[in-house]
Design a protein around this ligand. Structure first.
Ligand code: BG6
Length: 478
């Protein structure tokens, strides 16, 4: 493995999202977003998706871990100093839409919210760290969900345009790397987070979902165009959840089934955002599911003009698919579906660990799109133990990251143009899917428990020191 390094200027860093770290729920005139009404605990998505859920806070029945999260809102200076100590070149974060437009439909932005991110960006620059900003990371204003029906409603495109315009103008001297929608394709798995509505009727799964996607594609293209106009030296990417789909075996039926899943779940959104047009396979899918998109004059041209500069993606696992599966087989699949892959081990939360899958992903994405790639999320959610002497010896996390970084290094040797790597949850945060603090990804431990107790004290894990050496050696010392 000697002499395999990453390109000069490789963007090493870590990633978080506003709603999972900031807290400051009541501060700076922030409005309420979807993450704010998410209760803590493994049932959170089930509760949110249940018919009749009213997107209101019910403190008698539930707790709301995102309201305080890890209090980055007040502690960002200390946290950024720790990122700098690890040698971060970049920090991927998101702007909470509701800090800038509390209800989403105001005409003018909220100065307190704008000023908060000014302070964060300034602090990052003080330490020589470039921000990589996700514009929308599962943080849609609740008002746009309850009053407008989420992204189903074309008006939301206008509100989004106002939002991006405000942040590009304000931060044009401070932010060079942007991404539009976090894991845009995840709406096919859990629509409420990305698309802003729950699906209770079969027809919504098709017509409403893909209409909402059309609106997001238009909105994304507008963002790309505005970004290039306002900040000519900026790079703006899409962000997709990528989990390669393997066929269960070489039965052509299963191979074709896996190919279809790959097209719909991994490629559909990226094809539109990177190539600038709807792919042929989705047109057939639309026909077969009676989907008729309302496309306004100029939309398709806009999508063509507003293609992204790079692909940011999250990678945690692969999926193995079989066309005919028993209920028992389906129950043993990964969180995203499929069946068990007998060659892989899984995390404590059942996410199958597959570093070679990352090399496959990088090759497949690069072969298909020929644009720079950026791994903007990858990491291991695990239980950590604080030893009596205060240390946290997370060798399992080091092993996970090492194997994935080695896979990236191989992909670079394969010829893939890779911009950087930001590990997910570089500091412990609230889990998106379960609302737990105990599902920890961080290289920095935060003293906070699932019941909300804890001092919020930060502590360096063993992985902190390991990652620092990785960055200092540009990925040579693993
Ligand atoms: C990604 C999201 O899907 O996975 C993050 O972009 C999320 O917001 C991460 O936290 C890990 O998922 P979880 O459910 O373990 O927090």
């Amino acid at each position: 493995m000697e002499n395999k390094r990453f390109p000069e200027g490789f963007l090493w860093g870590g990633a978080t999202a506003a709603n999972q770290v900031e807290g400051g729920f009541y501060e700076g005139n922030k409005g309420m977003n979807i993450a704010d009404v998410l209760p803590g605990g493994k049932e959170r998505l089930k509760i949110l998706l249940s018919p009749g859920f009213d997107f209101k806070i019910d403190r008698e029945r539930y707790s709301y871990p995102n309201h305080e999260a890890i209090d980055f809102y007040h502690r960002y200076k200390d946290d950024i100093a720790l990122f700098a100590e690890m040698g971060f070149k970049v920090y991927r974060m998101s702007i909470a839409w509701t800090r800038i437009f509390p209800n989403g439909d105001e005409l003018a932005p909220n100065e307190d919210g704008l000023a908060f991110y000014d302070r964060v960006f300034d602090e990052l620059h003080k330490h020589g760290i470039e921000p990589v900003v996700t514009i929308s990371h599962y943080e849609m204003p609740v008002n746009l969900v309850t009053e407008y029906g989420g992204w189903r409603n074309r008006q939301v495109v206008t509100f989004f345009e106002r939002y991006v315009q405000a942040i590009f103008i304000r931060y044009k001297g401070k932010v060079k790397y942007w991404m539009t929608f976090n894991e845009i394709n995840s709406g096919l798995h859990f629509p409420i987070m990305g698309l802003g509505f729950a699906i209770h009727k079969e027809e919504d799964k098709y017509q409403s979902t893909f209409q909402a996607y059309h609106h997001q594609f238009v909105a994304s293209s507008i963002a790309v165009k505005r970004c290039h106009e306002i900040i000519p030296d900026a790079k703006i990417g899409c962000m997709i959840l990528y989990a390669p789909v393997y066929p269960y075996d070489c039965n052509p039926e299963n191979v074709m089934y896996a190919l279809k899943k790959n097209q719909l779940h991994n490629y559909y959104c990226a094809d539109v955002q990177v190539r600038g047009e709807y792919p042929a396979f989705i047109k057939r899918y639309f026909k077969e599911h009676n989907i008729e998109l309302e496309i306004q004059d100029g939309d398709l041209e806009l999508i063509k003009q507003g293609t992204v500069d790079y692909i940011g993606f999250s990678y945690y696992m692969s999926v193995t698919e079989k066309k005919e599966k028993t209920e028992e087989e389906a129950a043993q699949g990964n969180i995203l579906s499929g069946v068990k892959n007998r060659f892989l081990k899984a995390s404590d939360w059942g996410w199958e660990i597959d570093p070679i899958g990352l090399r496959i992903t990088l090759n497949e994405l690069y072969d298909r799109y020929q644009v720079p790639l950026f791994v903007v999320e990858n990491g291991l959610g695990a239980y950590d133990n604080v030893e009596e002497d205060g240390t946290i010896n997370d060798d399992y996390r080091i092993e996970y990251m090492r194997d994935h970084i080695m896979a990236m290094r191989e992909a670079v040797e394969d010829g893939v143009e890779l911009m950087g790597y930001t590990c997910w949850g570089c500091i412990d945060l609230v889990s998106m899917s379960t609302g737990e603090f105990s599902k920890r990804y961080g290289l920095i431990y935060v003293d906070k428990d699932d019941d909300g107790s804890g001092t919020l004290e930060r502590r360096k894990k063993k992985s902190f020191f390991w990652y620092k050496d990785v960055i200092a050696s540009n990925g040579e010392q693993l």
